[in-house]
Design a protein around this ligand. Structure first.
Ligand SMILES: *[C@@H]1O[C@H](CO)[C@@H](O)[C@H](O)[C@H]1NC(C)=O
Ligand SMILES: *[C@@H]1O[C@H](CO)[C@@H](O)[C@H](O)[C@H]1NC(C)=O
Ligand SMILES: *[C@@H]1O[C@H](CO)[C@@H](O)[C@H](O)[C@H]1NC(C)=O
Ligand SMILES: *[C@@H]1O[C@H](CO)[C@@H](O)[C@H](O)[C@H]1NC(C)=O
Ligand SMILES: *[C@@H]1O[C@H](CO)[C@@H](O)[C@H](O)[C@H]1NC(C)=O
Ligand SMILES: *[C@@H]1O[C@H](CO)[C@@H](O)[C@H](O)[C@H]1NC(C)=O
Ligand SMILES: *[C@@H]1O[C@H](CO)[C@@H](O)[C@H](O)[C@H]1NC(C)=O
Length: 498
């Protein structure tokens, strides 16, 4: 219990940090990012001229200039060095074309192509129909009214259609693009698109968001049920270890209890994330819940490493004292907390690791490998290292007669623990392989039925190895059974079936 209290405190600090950063990110700017230009290095005219800037021979009033600490690439906010940007499109409306004159944006290829020979040439970019403030539409020269840019705001642009036909968007004198009352996104560019076989029409294209859809299908429910099975199994293991008086005072018992607690919390949070649409979670929750889940799961593996270390040490005849236990256990918890806070604030590529489209690792990239499976792998490697050392140690000096009972107790613990560890490692190995397999098949999910099955097996493995194969627990259960038989003469359910 002491462990989880400390953990809770550390994570609370992490949450507070996360929230302050969230507020900071929502600082307001005078216009949309796409309407700004980087004016770093431009001349500031000083206080006599209201601190205006001169950029490319234009005077930009002070109120249109702000410092930005991010840029937007592909519709995604990317942190950048602090720099000044001016709302240049407020001075003179901007018009953006996707491609150089004579080319068009191919929606499938996602790039600019020259029109084929047999087609009519695409319309020129110098003139366009513009609706003036008084309501008349005129074909006017764009450069007389607008600043003209050539760029695609995102890698993937898409056109708006209704009933498979393009809409008639009108460019207004102030730069807005409107159809009926609907204002087109500022993150647009104009491209001529082919209508039928023979005519071109100017269409604004918008950034196509590559969002992950939230699905809650049979697979997700199966996973949630399997997580629940594992949680229940771990809960049984926890209860038995809490009741078993022999285990209560041993460090091994404390470690197993903290392990099961971690797995219970970690899996419960995973189940929560599986069953909830990220859209319905707040931004803070979307970062905090997965950070907690990561914390508990990574910590669980380091507790296993710790147990492996502890077993190795006890075979070397070192008696573990309470301060020693906490001196090693404390830093392990600290490292796990630090890691999960770090991941909670990290960016993978240009996105936050947590809190993008999904509230867990994004299945479209390899972030889960780096931030989750890698530390788990390190923990497993440490455990295996100590296991091998222990085996060497045991084979070196067979049977010290004086401490035979102690030896056999530790040996039994070692066996039961390593059985469990093997199943756990196997489970997670399957998870890693499943992820790689899903990634290879371009499925946008971490889950498949192999993962579900293994999660449930993890719970059963805990029951089998930690309860069924542990002599101390078995003795304890047998004692309960005998007491029950004497007291009530009833046939109690044999709890030693495992
Ligand atoms: C802004 O412009 C300056 C000077 O040209 C350049 O050093 C800086 O990298 C630019 N910043 C961004 C985020 O583009
Ligand atoms: C400076 O700002 C004041 C009030 O905003 C305005 O009256 C004045 O004309 C401005 N001066 C210049 C040189 O732009
Ligand atoms: C400077 O402004 C002119 C027209 O006002 C424009 O053609 C040119 O591209 C601008 N240069 C830069 C670097 O923005
Ligand atoms: C709107 O303004 C334009 C240019 O100022 C002019 O040519 C046109 O006749 C005007 N239309 C109406 C309906 O007033
Ligand atoms: C768009 O405008 C053109 C010409 O003004 C017209 O022929 C066409 O039917 C319009 N399309 C729609 C969907 O309103
Ligand atoms: C531009 O003009 C249109 C039509 O006059 C209006 O609906 C729209 O709100 C204006 N946009 C801005 C940014 O002023
Ligand atoms: C477009 O061209 C294809 C062959 O290139 C022809 O079969 C089809 O009828 C044409 N459609 C129209 C609307 O002209």
């Amino acid at each position: 219990m002491r462990i989880s209290l400390a953990t809770a405190q550390f994570v609370t600090i992490g949450c507070l940090l996360a929230m302050t950063q969230g507020i900071h990110e929502e600082a307001r700017h005078p216009c949309a990012f796409i309407d700004t230009v980087n004016i770093t290095g431009s001349y500031n005219m000083g206080s006599s001229l209201n601190n205006s800037y001169v950029h490319n021979w234009t005077v930009i009033p002070r109120e249109l200039v702000t410092a930005y600490d991010f840029i937007i690439e592909n519709g995604i906010r990317v942190p950048a060095k602090r720099h000044l940007r001016a709302c240049i499109c407020k001075l003179r409306p901007c018009v953006r074309f996707c491609c150089p004159a004579g080319q068009f944006y191919d929606l499938e290829e996602r790039s600019c192509l020259a029109a084929q020979e047999q087609l009519p040439p695409p319309p020129g970019q110098s003139h366009m129909a513009v609706q003036l403030h008084n309501g008349t539409q005129l074909d006017i020269e764009l450069r007389s009214l607008f600043s003209v840019y050539e760029e695609t705001p995102c890698d993937h642009m898409k056109a708006y259609t209704k009933d498979n036909t393009y809409l008639n968007w009108t460019l207004h004198e102030n730069g807005s693009i409107i159809h009926r009352d609907y204002l087109f996104s500022k993150h647009y560019c104009f491209s001529p698109l082919l209508i039928g076989n023979s005519s071109w029409s100017w269409q604004p294209l918008a950034c196509a968001p590559e969002k992950l859809r939230f699905v809650l299908g049979v697979r997700e429910w199966t996973y949630a049920v399997c997580l629940l099975i594992c949680i229940i199994s771990m809960f049984i293991v926890l209860i038995v270890h809490l009741l078993c008086s022999d285990m209560r005072n041993s460090f091994y018992g404390v470690a197993i209890k903290s392990y099961t607690t971690c797995v219970i919390f970690g899996y419960a949070l995973l189940a929560h994330l599986t069953l909830h649409d990220p859209a319905n979670l707040s931004t803070a929750a979307c970062r905090i819940i997965p950070s907690f889940a990561l914390l508990f799961l990574v910590l669980s593996f380091y507790i296993l490493s710790f147990i492996a270390f502890k077993l190795y040490v006890s075979f070397n005849g070192v008696v573990f004292t309470k301060p020693m236990f906490w001196l090693i256990f404390g830093p392990i918890v600290l490292i796990a907390v630090a890691w999960s806070v770090y991941v909670g604030f990290s960016y993978h590529g240009s996105r936050l690791v947590f809190g993008g489209d999904t509230c867990w690792f994004d299945p479209r990239n390899w972030s889960i490998m780096i931030y989750f499976f890698a530390p788990v792998f390190v923990a497993c490697a440490i455990s295996c290292f100590f296991y091998v050392l222990t085996l060497i140690r045991i084979s070196d000096d067979p049977d010290i007669d004086a401490e035979k009972s102690f030896e056999s107790l530790e040996k039994n613990r070692l066996k039961s623990f390593w059985k469990f560890f093997t199943y756990t490692a196997l489970t997670w190995f399957v998870c890693v392989c499943s992820f790689a397999f899903n990634h290879y098949r371009e499925e946008r999910s971490h889950l498949n039925y192999a993962v579900c099955l293994c999660t449930a097996l993890h719970g059963f493995a805990a029951l089998y190895a930690l309860i069924g194969k542990n002599q101390q627990i078995q003795n304890f259960l047998r004692r309960i059974e005998e007491n029950n038989d004497e007291d009530t003469c009833e046939n109690s359910v044999p709890m030693s079936i495992y």
